[in-house]
Write a protein that binds this ligand. Structure first.
Ligand SMILES: Cc1cc2nc3c(=O)[nH]c(=O)nc-3n(C[C@H](O)[C@H](O)[C@H](O)COP(=O)(O)OP(=O)(O)OC[C@H]3O[C@@H](n4cnc5c(N)ncnc54)[C@H](O)[C@@H]3O)c2cc1C
Length: 402
């Protein structure tokens, strides 16, 4: 039998969170392995698809500190955020310049960020990739003095490590096998994404419109295109996926209100079921969950990957001083460092998701008043700006301005 491969840290899942973490931990001097189930060359990588992501300012700082954000990564700065509500009052417009900023964040296509991450993984000698490969089982040595996790891959390859990171998404097999408690809520909603041409072709405004059926976002892309995120009940999204292009554009015009006109050339559609996963204490013995494997949130207000990146930054910071990265002391410090941000972000997105899709009149009035209050009260507006930029306390060093 071949002797097991040895790595300081093994990451299960090479999606956006897992790959970013691998780059950061290798930069901090660890010998890192990453196990990814889907062949990257096959253009099927589920984390690196056509999603248009709003990457907030704190996340841009993290990516820059990790050396992932380079000039070649296409992105469009967001200088204005426009939030409106269909059939109701309330309109908030946030301008970066009013807050002394050049931009709140940027729009990045997940596939393009994924390509950049793959280049970083390939170039870094401190990272070993097992791909395509699946983590099949693992066992943590029960001896309190021992510091090993024994991993077996689907190919039969065996690995030993001191810390196993679960970055394997919402259904994380690692989280479940480690017995880490979590709760799952189905919103019975789905998101449909596609690109479209529209007028006016603003290049630096992100639009979010709350309609009675669900939120609708328009995110600027090059050459007058917008990335659309259209959220509705799962049944209605199923119907919309089957619309001809003409029908799709007519419905989009209706739903978008008066802000846009002349929609044309819709691109390929994809859909995602929407669930809320919450893992209050995302650690087990020598196991830690990050990104969607720890907390999966509703895409309203674009928080998911941004939250996952703050997990990445938090873990890199905590492990920076660690000789044995899986030791209980570091796991406990990670939980302590991340718990307030994780709980607040989950609460914030869940409240928005429920409030703006509740059909009852008191709720509609309440949310309309909420938006109006945000527009009028400087304190509330500032809170919205801080949250839009991702600077949630405690702000990790990697998230601070470069
Ligand atoms: C419509 C939509 C729009 C969104 N927009 C935004 C936005 O604007 N801004 C934002 O911040 N977030 C946004 N998000 C959220 C964001 O997409 C997610 O937070 C992010 O993709 C999570 O990345 P992850 O790496 O944690 O998990 P995933 O993307 O789920 O990656 C998990 C990886 O693990 C691999 N894997 C699974 N099991 C195994 C195994 N046993 N062995 C090996 N590998 C395994 C999978 O192949 C996959 O590559 C959006 C989400 C949706 C649905």
């Amino acid at each position: 039998m071949n002797s097991p491969h040895q790595h300081d840290i093994v990451i299960a899942g090479g999606g956006m969170a897992g790959a970013s973490l691998a780059v950061g931990l290798a930069g901090a001097g660890f010998d890192v392995a990453i196990i990814e189930a889907v062949d990257r060359s096959a253009d099927r990588q589920p984390s690196y698809d056509d999603r248009t992501l709003v990457v907030n300012r704190a996340s841009l700082n993290i990516l820059a500190h990790l050396g992932i954000l380079d000039d070649a990564l296409p992105r469009r700065p967001i200088r204005h955020i426009d939030v409106t509500r269909a059939h109701g009052f309330g309109h908030v417009r946030l301008d970066a310049a009013e807050h002394g900023l050049d931009h709140f964040g940027a729009v990045v296509v997940a596939r393009e960020l994924g390509n950049r991450l793959l280049t970083c993984l390939e170039k870094d000698e401190g990272i070993t990739e097992y791909c395509p490969e699946r983590l099949e089982t693992f066992q943590v040595d029960e001896d309190p003095e021992a510091d090993r996790v024994y991993i077996r891959l689907a190919s039969g390859t065996q690995i030993e490590t001191r810390l196993l990171v679960a970055a394997d998404g919402t259904g994380s097999a690692v989280r479940q096998a480690a017995g880490i408690a979590s709760t799952l809520h189905d919103y019975h909603q789905s998101a449909m994404i596609f690109n479209v041409m529209a007028e006016p072709a603003s290049s630096d405004t992100a639009h979010e419109r709350f309609t009675p059926e669900g939120p609708l976002a328009f995110l600027p892309q090059p050459e007058g295109r917008f990335g659309v995120v259209w959220i509705d009940s799962t049944d209605r999204i199923e119907e919309a996926m089957a619309f001809g292009d003409g029908e799709l554009l007519a419905r989009l015009t209706q739903r978008a209100g008066s802000g846009f006109r002349n929609f044309s050339q819709p691109g390929k559609r994809a859909r995602y079921p929407l669930r809320l996963l919450r893992t209050p204490v995302p650690i087990g013995k020598r196991v830690v969950c990050i990104g969607n494997a720890a907390n999966t949130v509703h895409p309203v207000s674009a928080q998911g990957f941004n939250l996952g990146l703050r997990d990445v930054a938090g873990l890199i910071e905590v492990l920076g001083e660690a000789h044995d990265p899986g030791a209980p002391v570091w796991m406990a410090r990670y939980v302590q460092a991340r718990k307030a941000d994780q709980a607040d972000t989950v609460r914030y997105t869940d409240t928005l998701a429920r409030a703006f899709t509740n059909p009852s009149l008191p709720f509609r009035i309440g949310t309309g008043l909420g938006l109006a209050a945000h527009a009028l009260l400087p304190g509330l507006k500032r809170r919205l700006v801080t949250s839009a930029m991702g600077f949630r306390e405690p702000v990790s060093k990697l998230a601070r301005e470069v």
